[in-house]
Design a protein around this ligand. Structure first.
Ligand code: NAP
Ligand code: ZN
Ligand code: ZN
Length: 349
């Protein structure tokens, strides 16, 4: 039996999100059905709702930081049972046969992973995300969620968490490394928590002077305001690793020059506009510029387990679904402390 779901959707790049109903598929043999309790609001939701990256599919139900309770499982499902907490991140399927999928890096699937929303599933139907009350997902793309942590703070781990955890692990960041996190928003505040937990010396580079006290509370050791040329000058050549989470147009060159010999800047933020890179900023200091996309299912589970063990969650402001348009406006003003999370349970009642 198909289930009708209440949601919020954008009907076009220009329209605000508004109430929308649609049908979720039947629970197949390999599926779990999740009653959604919380869904985080990622800046990628704004980029896609407003078609800033191109190719957006409407109506669009955003949301890829999903946690909830399992209410049904298919006959082949052994690892999840009704009543378990579960999570869904940025993708719900992939080809399962390419080298990236084989390696457990489904986010880099060579045949294209199926995005949780703004994507097309294998049957050719559009996918709808977590700004909704219920989702049906293949067990292979479902995560186990601990009941030890505050569930609203767990939701953002499914994107903001894994997107920052994965590059820090890939580049083996830990004690002895000087790390800068550029942008203290949803991704940035998780990057600070993880880099500090891994033992690095962490500096936040922010356009918002008012975030210094928060940065220190989150675990940062230092803070600099990027709009102040004197502070930036003092940091030239200082960092082994920079994680750049900025969502809007900015100059990579301003940050590349802060890298030490052999330093790497990893871009995770995806501004719609390209940034120019001066060769001199790379050859001087044999620096690297790299990028990273979320993380695979295996690593996402590892990250969730790490968070449960180390008591790490996102700092959230819980909102109702009807308030999501206002949350977008606040995020665009860099006024998020540090992730908006939609309470779907309150929306249902
Ligand atoms: P967010 O919560 O809105 O945070 C972005 C932060 O960037 C802001 O709070 C602000 O921090 C800083 N910023 C904004 N405009 C800036 C500018 N013009 N110059 C310098 N800094 C600026 O966004 P988010 O959810 O963390 O997402 C950040 C970006 O990552 C988005 O582009 C998103 O699409 C992308 N993303 C990528 C992946 C991936 O897999 N690679 C996954 C998720 C999201 P300050 O106030 O501290 O300056
Ligand atoms: Zn995201
Ligand atoms: Zn694949």
């Amino acid at each position: 039996m198909m289930t009708t779901v209440n949601a919020f959707a954008a009907q076009s790049a220009e329209s605000a999100l508004a109430p929308f109903n649609f049908e979720r598929r039947d629970v197949g043999a390999d599926d779990v059905q999740i009653d959604i309790l919380y869904c985080g609001v990622c800046h990628s939701d704004i980029h896609q709702v407003r078609n800033e990256w191109g190719g957006s599919i409407y109506p669009m139900v955003p949301g890829h930081e999903i946690v909830g309770k399992i209410t049904a499982v298919g006959s082949n499902v052994k690892d999840f049972k009704i009543g378990d907490l579960a999570g869904v991140g940025c993708f719900v399927d992939s080809c399962r046969t390419c080298p990236a999928c084989d390696a457990g890096e489904e986010q880099y699937c060579q045949n294209g992973m199926v995005a949780t929303y703004n994507g097309m599933d294998k049957g050719g139907s559009p996918t709808y995300g977590g700004y909704s009350t219920l989702i049906v997902v293949d067990q292979k793309y479902t995560l186990h969620v601990s009941d030890k942590l505050d569930l609203s703070g767990v939701a953002p781990l499914l994107c903001a968490g894994i997107t920052t955890y994965s590059p820090l692990r890939h580049w083996n960041i830990g004690a002895g490394h000087k790390v800068a996190v550029v942008g203290l928003g949803g991704l940035g505040h998780m990057a600070v928590k993880f880099a500090a937990a891994f033992g690095a010396d962490v500096t936040v580079l922010s356009t918002s002077a008012g975030k210094e006290a928060d940065a220190k509370k989150l675990g940062a050791h230092h803070f600099a305001v990027t709009k102040d040329p004197e502070q930036m000058k003092a940091l030239q050549g200082k960092f082994d690793f920079i994680l750049n989470t900025v969502s809007a147009q900015h100059e990579y060159n301003d940050y590349l020059s802060l890298l030490s010999l052999n330093g790497t800047m990893v871009v995770v933020g995806v501004p719609p506009q390209p940034s120019v890179v001066a060769a001199f900023n790379l050859i001087g200091g044999r620096r690297s510029l790299a990028g990273s996309l979320i993380g695979g299912i295996k690593e996402t589970q590892e990250m969730l387990d790490y968070c449960a063990e180390h008591n790490i969650v996102s700092d959230v402001e819980v909102i109702e679904l009807k308030d999501v348009n206002e949350a977008y406006e606040r995020m665009l003003k860099n006024d998020v402390r540090y992730r908006f999370v939609i309470d779907l349970a309150s929306t249902k009642s």
